[in-house]
Design a protein around this ligand. Structure first.
Ligand SMILES: [Ca+2]
Length: 281
């Protein structure tokens, strides 16, 4: 019965029948070939990864080197900018210095012009003094040449006298007179005493007489003074030191309004009289 059935089934073309493929035996070579390609691919991937890693390390080193160079370059640029700024500041200082020099130059020119103007004024003053002196001669109907004094100086005899409105010590008075090419007044004649007495009014004046240098009275030109008691206030000179705590004595002579002398402390400030030769026309 079984054979008949199989036969009927085999003989029936409508029957769909599939014959199973018998299993193929797998050898060792085939298994090797099956794993070879993945292994090769894996090895290639590993090599690529290693190469890429190495390349990345080199690239990273180059990047760090480049960054260092950029940093150095930035530092160099900053240094250059600082130098440029200093150079600009120095240029500005030089410009200011030039301006200051120019200003000083302008001021010096102004001062020079002012001095020149002052010299012109002084020259003009001398000329006016000469003209004034000539006019006095004309007004006095004097045909003979005469003597002239600077402005504010009074002519008496052949000398000029300056009666100060300034108060100084005896020594500063001496220096002031010398700055005017003159000296503190030296009284030698009765006419000199009379002239001075008429012009000093009620004020006291230093005269060129002292004993501070040698202890003996002498005129300011170091000419010895011959004592004349009638020219002194009663009891003077007394060389008094009563109102001085330092032991300083009265060593310089001054005139009272009555024309008499007194010795007083040389540091006392008072008016003074200068004397010098007049200019002969
Ligand atoms: Ca005295």
């Amino acid at each position: 019965m079984d054979n008949e059935y199989r036969y009927e089934n085999e003989m029936d073309p409508t029957k769909l029948w599939t014959k199973e493929t018998p299993p193929v035996p797998v050898s060792g070579v085939s298994r090797f070939r099956r794993w070879l390609f993945p292994a090769l691919m894996a090895a290639a991937l590993i090599v690529i990864i290693i190469v890429l890693g190495a390349t990345s390390v080199r690239t990273s080193g180059r990047l760090q080197s480049a960054e260092q160079r950029v940093s150095d370059l930035n530092q160099a640029i900053q240094t250059l900018n600082a130098s440029l700024q200093r150079a600009q500041e120095s240029a500005e200082d030089v410009r200011r210095l030039q301006l200051a020099v120019q200003n000083n130059k302008d001021q010096l020119i102004s001062v020079s012009e002012a001095l020149r103007s002052r010299a012109d004024v002084e020259s003009l003053t001398r000329s006016i003094a000469g003209i004034r002196c000539s006019l006095q001669h004309i007004l006095n109907n004097s045909s003979s040449p005469g003597n002239c004094c600077p402005l504010d100086w009074t002519l008496f005899g052949s000398d000029c006298y300056f009666i100060s409105r300034l108060s100084l010590s005896w020594n500063d008075s001496r220096i002031w007179c010398e700055s005017q090419t003159s000296h503190l007044i030296i009284l030698l004649t009765n006419e000199d005493w009379d002239f001075v007495t008429q012009h000093i009014g009620s004020t006291i004046f230093w005269v060129g007489l002292s004993d501070w240098r040698t202890g003996k009275w002498e005129w300011v030109n170091q000419t010895p003074y011959t004592m004349e008691r009638r020219r002194w206030k009663p009891g003077q000179p007394d060389n008094w030191r009563g109102h001085s705590m330092s032991g300083v004595t009265e060593d310089c002579a001054h005139l009272h309004s009555d024309g008499l002398l007194n010795d007083s402390f040389c540091s006392t400030k008072m008016h003074f009289i200068c004397q010098k030769r007049s200019v002969h026309l």
